[in-house]
Design a protein around this ligand. Structure first.
Ligand SMILES: [Zn+2]
Ligand SMILES: [Zn+2]
Length: 187
């Protein structure tokens, strides 16, 4: 297996499991602990994960979190499952009320954004927004910013949601092509 593929799998594992042991990773991928240390080096440096004793854990408990109860873009208080986290360079983490504000922030900060974490709308597990599918223009109003973007890990789930509540399924890069602005009256 290529290092890149292994790193991608480690990323996905840490997203779903939150913490991982180096020894279990080396066993799983049949490589040395040294190799795993090399694999996770960039993830640790980018602030995506933090080192723990004998392992790594997802950086959402990082100390460097900006005011967690407020969206960095629209200052709406964060109290529900649409909220997202932006993992930035230099171990910074920011919280937004929903994917709408995450895309605005992503455009503002550009290459400083290393990762955007959001929760799958069905399963509430943490996923990477870059691999997610989004439902836009759905009739179900969740009361956050418009246009809404609901994240799904699986395209099939997004499609099923659309069958029930309407809307269109778009990918991260398709959403990136839209010019995001703080919509009037939003938040
Ligand atoms: Zn917001
Ligand atoms: Zn919002």
């Amino acid at each position: 297996m290529l290092a890149r593929e292994r790193q991608k799998q480690i990323k996905e594992l840490v997203l779903s499991r939150k913490t991982l042991k180096i020894s279990e990773l080396s066993k799983k991928f049949k490589v040395s602990d040294m190799t795993i240390h090399r694999d996770i080096k960039a993830m640790v440096e980018s602030g995506f994960v933090v080192k723990t004793f004998g392992g790594i854990s997802l950086a959402n408990q990082a100390t460097n979190v900006s005011n967690r109860n407020e969206c960095v873009v629209c200052y709406k208080s964060i109290n529900f499952r649409l909220s997202c986290r932006l993992i930035l360079t230099e171990n910074r983490v920011e919280t937004t009320c929903c994917m709408h504000c995450s895309f605005i922030r992503n455009q503002m900060l550009d290459h400083e954004v290393l990762e955007i974490l959001c929760d799958d709308f069905f399963t509430s597990t943490t996923i990477s927004a870059r691999n997610a599918y989004f439902v836009m223009d759905t009739t179900l109003d969740l009361g956050c910013c418009q246009p809404q973007l609901l994240p799904f890990n699986q395209k099939e789930h997004a499609k099923r949601f659309v069958r029930g509540f309407g809307g269109t399924v778009v990918t991260f890069s398709e959403v990136m092509e839209i010019h995001w602005e703080k919509s009037k009256g939003c938040c």
